[in-house]
Design a protein around this ligand. Sequence first.
Ligand SMILES: Nc1ncnc2c1ncn2[C@@H]1O[C@H](COP(=O)(O)OP(=O)(O)OP(=O)(O)O)[C@@H](O)[C@H]1O
Length: 280
Amino acid sequence: MTTAVTVRGLTKRYGDVQAVGGVDLDINAGEVFAILGPNGAGKSTTVEIMEGYRTRDAGEVSVLGVDPGRPTREWRSRIGVVLQTANDVAEATVRETVRHFARYYPHPKDPDEVIEQVGLTDKAGQRIRQLSGGQRRRVDVALGVIGGPELLFLDEPTTGFDPEARRHFWDLIESLAHQGTTIVLTTHYLDEAEALADRVAVVAGGRIVAEGDPATLGGRATAKARVSWSDEGERRSLETGTPTRTVLELTRRFDGEVPELTVTRPSLEDIYLQLIEAPA
Ligand SMILES: Nc1ncnc2c1ncn2[C@@H]1O[C@H](COP(=O)(O)OP(=O)(O)OP(=O)(O)O)[C@@H](O)[C@H]1O
């Protein structure tokens, strides 16, 4: 497996604030990697260092084989970036803007296709300043992917999106990942991380407190399950480490279908909240 990003012992301090306090990361080529963490955890700082937009105090960083502290033009053309705050070219239209940015890259995608992918075909002729916040964010995403990047960084990409736009965005990310693009995203939406990411890292206080598959993070898949059902109109539930056995017993007791049966394990959000409350 090829590694797209390697980070070792990364630190960054702003005055008295230790924004990043020793981060190690390996992101494989072709994977979708989500960085989660509360406000001020150090996510953007870490990502901006990987993008070559921020200097580091210490540590080793390699992104597509290049130290982002010494970015080259050729390297820049291989990565795509969607920053948290975008610079709007307010007077230009969506199509003009996307076409304009396409010229910066040696092998850009077709601007109209990209506009379609982000769901802005109807707005292609509209000036950016006339778009809603969520629509502008979609322009940002279009500008991040127009160069056909091997590696795409997305910092809170769906903030301000309505639920439908978010789903469209997820489809876009899935199709880019399917085509082999490595994707690194930060998000505050746990459902987004769960839907998209092959692996997640939870950052708190400038350190990684957990890392892994979102389905099993923090022992999620083996944590006790809550089995709930209905018995003569009354809701019953119990927590158990052996939910299969419990369901089997209930099946016997009800001689078949267990009324209103649910079996749940902790959600990614439950595990995330535990992790950030008690950093390792
Ligand atoms: N340019 C800066 N100058 C001084 N302090 C900064 C600067 N940028 C970030 N910080 C501080 O570094 C810490 C980490 O900030 P960072 O933006 O990396 O967090 P984050 O995890 O991305 O947060 P959010 O979820 O709010 O975007 C915070 O305490 C922040 O106040």
